[in-house]
Design a binder for this molecule. Structure first.
Ligand code: SF4
Length: 209
């Protein structure tokens, strides 16, 4: 159990599951670089975090609800939370692309649900991810397996921070070309000169095709 002042942002789970070095560069060394993916994601979440409320017969929806869990040591904001007439709560997280091979999106969603459960004393059995590129919602069961992966990821993030050590760079063909920090992490991989700008330009072009 951690103090309110020591909470990590929920997005740290995405970083630590994707790459521990990326997590350490961002959360230990305060490095940040934007690429086409992070830029699109940021714009998408700015809309979702507007704090607006919608009310329709039978249900209401809240955008940008502040949440935190002292058990997980995390704080953040939901994209959208739907409240049904029966009192049921459904969390929706918007993602820019398509479902990923790893479970980082599901873990982040599960952490949101665990925050709300701790804050409101409710039980949430499932939640949803909406993928913009695929234009579809995916229902995620918040089962014991996912909850234990989420707890382990949060605990690993806190222990890496306490250790204060950034893991060494290790190029991974599946991850590094999509990483916003590649220019800082391993500049040689992008070539010289305005390589980061060229990289962002290329990724943006490829995504538009
Ligand atoms: S470039 Fe690769 S090793 Fe470096 S932070 Fe990104 S994913 Fe990790």
């Amino acid at each position: 159990m951690v103090d309110d002042n020591d909470l990590l942002p929920l997005s740290a789970l995405q970083h630590i599951i994707f790459c521990e070095r990326q997590f350490a560069l961002i959360h230990l060394e305060q490095a940040w670089a934007e690429n086409a993916y992070t830029m699109e994601g940021r714009v998408l979440h700015e809309k979702a975090h507007s704090g607006a409320r919608e009310k329709r017969p039978g249900k209401s929806k809240e955008f940008g609800m502040p949440i935190r869990s002292l058990e997980l040591g995390l704080t953040g904001m939901t994209d959208a939370v739907e409240y049904g007439e029966d009192g049921g709560i459904r969390i929706i997280e918007y993602k820019r692309g398509r479902p990923k091979r790893h479970r980082a999106d599901e873990v982040q969603l599960c952490a949101q649900a665990m925050c709300i459960e701790e804050m409101k004393g409710v039980a949430i059995a499932e939640a949803q991810l909406f993928y913009g590129k695929a234009k579809r919602r995916k229902t995620v069961s918040l089962d014991d397996d996912l909850r234990s992966i989420t707890r382990a990821a949060a605990a690993r993030a806190i222990s890496l921070l306490l250790e204060g050590r950034t893991p060494k760079a290790d190029f991974d063909e599946a991850k590094c070309p999509h990483c916003s920090l590649i220019g800082l992490c391993m500049p040689g991989k992008l070539g010289s000169g305005k390589s980061v700008d060229r990289y962002i330009e290329r990724m943006t072009r490829e995504k538009a095709e």
